[in-house]
Design a protein around this ligand. Sequence first.
Ligand code: WTA
Length: 613
Amino acid sequence: MMPAPSPVDAYWLDRATALVDWIKVPTQGGAFSFHTPVSIRWFQDGILNVTTTCVDRHAAATPDRVAFFYEGEDETQRQTITYGQLQDHVCRFANSLKALGVAKGDRVVIYMPMIPQAVYAMLACARIGAVHSVVFGGFSAHALHTRIMDCGAKVVITADGGTRGGKVIALKSAVDEAIPETPVQHVVVVRHLGQDIPWTAGRDHDYGDLQKAAAPICDPEPMQAEDPLFILYTSGSTGTPKGVVHTCGGYLVYAAHTMQTVFDPKASDVFWCTADVGWITGHSYIVYGPLSMGTTQVLFEGVPTWPDASRWWQMVDRYGVTIFYTAPTAIRTLMRLGLDPLNTTHRSTLRLLGSVGEPIDPEAWHWYHTHIGGGRCPIMDTWWQTETGGILMAPLDHTHQKPGFAAKALPHIQPVLLDTHGQPTADEGNLCFATSWPGQARTLHGDHARFEKTYFGDFPGFYVSGDGAKRDESGDYRITGRVDDVINVSGHRLSTAEIEAALDDAHGVIESAVVGVPDPLKGQGIYAFVVLASDVMASDALTKDLMDHVRTYISAIAKPDHIQFCDGLPKTRSGKIMRRILRKIAAGESDFGDISTLANPEVVAVLRRTTGV
Ligand code: WTA
């Protein structure tokens, strides 16, 4: 006889069987250690293919139910995709990938605009057991190259281009630039814009041709619960992005569980998450969470302000959206544009709102609540991370709404606040977690040591989120922001070290230091201190060149808002840059505390004079 599972395991096993279709139903819950060697496993004896849950069962039971109402940035491009059609697209694409030699365990990079084929591509990989790694379409060719190399992708799936705010993003040419000297053998290209693009015969394949030639039936590959489902790169506190690995069983159970617990979609709901599939929010709350529940969704290629600031609200009315999930930066942007863009729409179908990616300030919260939700829709301020796989905290009690608070952890999630010595504190500290949950990341691709050090190194026995938080007398949590060298610009996580690496790579730069500064619109802005070689003159032209260099090295989202040239950076005697002081200088503060431990305290005065503090 097997011993009975613990109450916590029983809870998760129950969720696993209720929400997911298994080939072999698991009998084992969690098996994890947050001490070195760190190991995290869930539902180990389960076997499944995630696409059975996300596609097949709905295609069988409700083939005509709409999976996606898709709208391109050009609003005449509209498509309705049912679950029956979704299955056909996914299976044909899966067969096409097989024909290109993609097999279980192979890595496939997806670099796409927000079009339905991006979703088909992810699910086609999952269907055959290939591991997808979606790279946000806003990343540069250089950033794409780094990610392809790190995961060793054999195939890249892309489009000729995408559009954003009326501008064309040339994705295929970035791919052409990124893949020399990588293991990539094939490139699948969706002709989305119908543009003329360079073509490498034998290597490049037209998606439309592949789909026509492919058979519409593809048996789902049986996967162990702990087989990897995807790798998603995110920024850390060094210059190299981290390939966060999520596995099939635990991730899917957690995406489905949080979708149900936080948003509770019914057959009559229309859900719209405005994230891009290039980020974890798109993975969990456009693809795996909602599709696992057979939800009807809106999928949109564009931005909220194009062609004008009423676009989102027109779409909410057009499709009868009932649950709307977005990021505070978008809310703040729209808030600044005033109420006129709201007058032509009613938004009366909305019943629930969500926020994710950065702290939502009370002003934006109230605007969202009053003007978008008509004062009747609760706001789910959801706190989570790429590494957590799904939402860990949200105000599930709708009668208890506190602007700016992600409120409470979901059931069986155990947050703790630790001080710098790792001791529990009552009201403010490092936000850590004492036990595992099924959606937790398992490792960093190819670097388990970095995984252990980053998330479990500071306080062994706890998962360290890298965020700070406060807890009030009712036990509600308010996230105060990152406590490490990661900055959050418009809800995008960026590593200061990665931006520094880009600046240091530019001609004439000796050294740089990047810090976040408060920004009323973007949450945080990017402020760079740059030390130039003695024979290089500072100039506006050089500032622009350096900004462009960061854009081509990483992405437009990583471009500094401000560059300050300087002769030296404040350092400790061991040579470590004192970012605490630079953050204060950049923010225009004048109280630096004790600077006597610096090796070069005189630079602080010079830096202040140059910034005008
Ligand atoms: C921040 C996005 C405050 C936080 C899902 C976290 C938030 C980082 C919230 C993860 C929130 C996310 N309130 N801050 N509701 N949600 N964050 O990996 O700093 O792109 O560590 O995942 O975003 O960003 P990531």
